[in-house]
Design a binder for this molecule. Structure first.
Ligand code: SF4
Length: 333
């Protein structure tokens, strides 16, 4: 989607035109402007030339799979991946990418090891959701949740992420409530402050993975710029202002960050967070990047028990996307 052309088209036109365009694209899900007969032939041609609706993509997996992955190819040849997850209770979640590659180079992440090409535009982010909404509409379904957990660090491309999110949230867009939109981030302090000021109840997931600066610096180079204490404070402010739980993501890596001492360390580190504003999600590592192995089942259990004994709510995400190599941090393009 080319928002620049979209805005250019609407400049100086009455408000109902914008509504017509949004309804055509996001609700009727037209794939060709020639189907929008409320527009003049000249307008349809202009939009076809400047704001085409076709999306070039390859879809992996079948329509009845729990998870499907798509690779979207943009006009400059760059590609990103996006995943559709179908949950047992009927909800459907779409995982979106925000960058082509990622500059942050986390050691355990396939995307991070691939390097960085460029940020996505807001239109390119919207296209990912539009692709799945079109596919779901065939069976009368729709997207319920959006999560920015695909390729890239969303807070490094925050303006485009928020513009895209606003489009998808609007009643003439996909009408997805703020509480059904999640952003997963390593935690960049200035952008977290900006999100706090933004004032919507977006859910935040914090890619933490280590509870001391020394180990986190080794796993996640970004920790050299923002020390853990400052990042924790920024998340805490967000949680209190937005009145939303932060989900702490902790990827258990065999003999790296999964000892019982490290479980105690994590419990201590998070102790100043009110328990009702925090969930700890223990993730399973999907071999792909780096020299890591997933933790053993017994170790995972003990790790979770220690956190629970300290009063934390602990979940272990069922990584649906794993079926198409699309679990968090595994979208490698
Ligand atoms: Fe980038 Fe996230 Fe991967 Fe880190 S985990 S390299 S921030 S995509």
């Amino acid at each position: 989607m080319n928002w620049l052309a979209w805005s250019q088209f609407l400049a100086g036109r009455p408000a109902f035109r914008q509504r017509q365009l949004e309804q055509a694209v996001f609700q009727q899900l037209v794939t060709d402007w020639s189907a929008v007969t409320t527009l003049s032939a000249a307008d349809r041609q202009w939009l076809t030339d400047n704001c085409p609706l076709d999306i070039k993509a390859r879809i992996f997996g079948q329509d009845n799979d729990q998870a499907q992955k798509a690779q979207i190819i943009f006009s400059d040849g760059q590609r990103v991946e996006t995943v559709l997850m179908r949950h047992g209770d009927g909800r459907r979640t779409v995982c979106l990418s925000s960058q082509v590659g990622c500059p942050l180079g986390c050691q355990f992440c396939s995307t991070g090891q691939q390097g960085f090409q460029r940020n996505l535009s807001s239109g390119e982010i919207v296209e990912q959701a539009l692709l799945w909404q079109r596919l779901l509409a065939v069976t009368g379904q729709r997207i319920d949740n959006l999560v920015f957990m695909g390729m890239g660090e969303p807070l490094l491309n925050l303006a485009a992420v928020l513009t895209a999110t606003e489009w998808l949230h609007r009643s003439n867009g996909f009408n997805i409530g703020w509480r059904h939109i999640a952003i997963s981030t390593v935690g960049l302090v200035p952008e977290l402050k900006q999100l706090t000021k933004y004032g919507q109840q977006i859910k935040l997931a914090w890619s933490l993975h280590a509870a001391n600066d020394q180990l986190r610096r080794r796993l996640m180079p970004i920790n050299r710029r923002y020390a853990l204490a400052a990042v924790k404070q920024a998340f805490l402010n967000y949680a209190q202002v937005a009145n939303r739980r932060v989900m702490v993501e902790y990827l258990l890596l065999d003999q790296v960050n999964d000892s019982l001492v490290q479980a105690e360390e994590l419990a201590d580190f998070l102790a100043d967070f009110p328990k009702n504003l925090l969930v700890i999600n223990l993730l399973t590592y999907n071999p792909g990047a780096g020299q890591f192995r997933p933790s053993q089942a017994k170790v995972r259990r003990h790790f979770a028990n220690i956190l629970q004994r300290h009063g934390y709510k602990v979940t272990e995400r069922n990584s649906l996307g794993q079926a198409v190599i699309g679990a968090c941090g595994q979208l490698a393009g």
